[in-house]
Design a protein around this ligand. Structure first.
Ligand code: FNR
Length: 371
């Protein structure tokens, strides 16, 4: 049974409570909650709250430019949809709804390996919108290779390798609820449509669903994930490759040495390692190492346009929006997502104007103080 106790303490977000009304308890917990005691999740919010904007005035802000260029393509806004799997647990349209909404808004979309629908179906509803593919490097090389090659063939323009998930974090609410959306078949879109994956099965998923789901869970992550895997994945594709889940400046340095094309500073929204540094706190040291050589993006804890502003001020080129768009999806499908994104972009625009920033380049650390 659902009670208000289930809501994250001190997280006064009407979006979250509205989504809570719409979702069954297990699905809400899977989306909203984090690993362990949720100290990482709390750190993510605290990190944003501790920075205050110190605005500049008298700067003619009648025109504002929110564009950013990444890998040779201009984006209208510095926001992307984070890769979020199993979206059918939030709404029957799942990724088809969120990718359509992203396309209509022209906000780039990152498809998860664990999407409810196949990447080719999601590509079809995306139109010309920029789309990237997020890869969980598989225990089986043939599956990893096949996923990457399918993404390139179906018009994805970058590969995002998630590196903070060699195995799943300890999600206590899911254990209590005895819930796994993958076991329910909500994250099999890319696997059941994959010839390499199906080649590992004795019987096809439509003949033996249980065994196919168990196989997916067995091979989805790669506990031995290391820099050698990155080199192998590099040989599968010509697309730019970003690493998602970098938090240590030494790993940022290694990423540069391995010719990684971009970094996403992320702690997976506090769903993996508990008592972990917040992404925002990790950002400045990483930007110092990278020194503008490759794009640095950030996610984990972004809830508003002001948060986007702060992340950019501390060095991010762009940010990924996570749970808020899933709450929008749960509340009202595509239209719900549009409202969430439009609100955030509007607040970013007004915050820029009121702090004297005419473009994203004007948003820098001089506009912030830690208070
Ligand atoms: C995620 N995230 C995630 N990341 C990833 O690389 N692959 C995935 O399949 C998923 N799936 C997923 C499911 C759900 C329900 C959530 C909430 C998150 C992590 C996601 O990309 C992003 O890092 C976080 O959502 C950012 O944190 P916030 O802003 O949601 O707190």
């Amino acid at each position: 049974m659902k009670t208000t106790e289930d809501l994250i303490p001190n997280f006064e977000n009407h979006l979250e409570s509205h989504a809570y009304q719409k979702l069954r308890k297990e699905a809400f917990d899977y989306i909203a909650r984090g690993a362990g005691a949720e100290a990482t999740m709390q750190a993510n919010r605290h990190a944003f709250d501790k920075w205050k904007i110190r605005p500049r005035v008298l700067r003619d802000v009648s025109k504002r430019d929110h564009t950013v260029s990444l890998f040779g393509r201009t984006m209208k806004t510095p926001i992307l949809f984070a890769p979020i799997g199993v979206q059918r647990i939030a709404h029957p349209d799942g990724e088809l709804g969120s990718a359509k909404s992203a396309g209509a808004l022209e906000v780039p979309y990152i498809v998860s390996s664990a999407a409810s629908y196949a990447m080719e179906e999601i590509a079809r509803v995306s139109g010309n919108n920029i789309r990237w593919f997020q890869l969980y490097c598989s225990l089986e090389d043939c599956v990893t290779e096949s996923l990457v090659k399918r993404a390139e063939a179906s018009g994805y323009s970058a590969i995002v390798i998630t590196v903070d998930t060699p195995l799943l974090g300890l999600r206590k609410a899911d254990s209590r609820n005895g819930y796994s959306p993958l076991s329910e078949g909500n994250g099999c879109g890319n696997y059941f449509s994959d010839p390499a994956f199906c080649g590992l099965l004795e019987k096809l998923p439509n003949e033996d669903l249980e065994s196919a789901l168990m196989k997916q869970i067995e091979i989805i992550d790669r506990p031995s994930l290391n820099w050698g895997d990155f080199k192998k994945i590099r040989s599968y594709t010509k697309l730019p490759i970003l690493l998602k889940g970098i938090l240590h400046p030494d790993d940022a340095q290694l990423a540069l040495e391995h010719d990684v094309d971009g970094i996403i500073v992320s702690n997976h929204g506090g769903r993996q390692l508990d008592h972990c540094i917040s992404s925002l706190d990790a950002l400045p040291d990483i930007c110092q190492v990278v020194n503008g050589r490759i794009p640095v993006l950030l996610d984990s804890g972004i809830r508003s346009g002001v948060d986007v502003f702060k992340a950019i001020a501390l060095g991010a080129d762009a940010v990924l929006l996570g749970r808020p768009y899933i709450y929008g999806l749960a509340i009202d499908g595509e239209a719900g997502i549009a409202r969430v994104i439009e609100d955030i972009l509007h607040e970013l625009d007004v915050s820029m104007a009121l702090s004297g920033a005419r473009s994203l380049c004007d948003i820098n650390s001089h506009l912030l103080v830690e208070a």
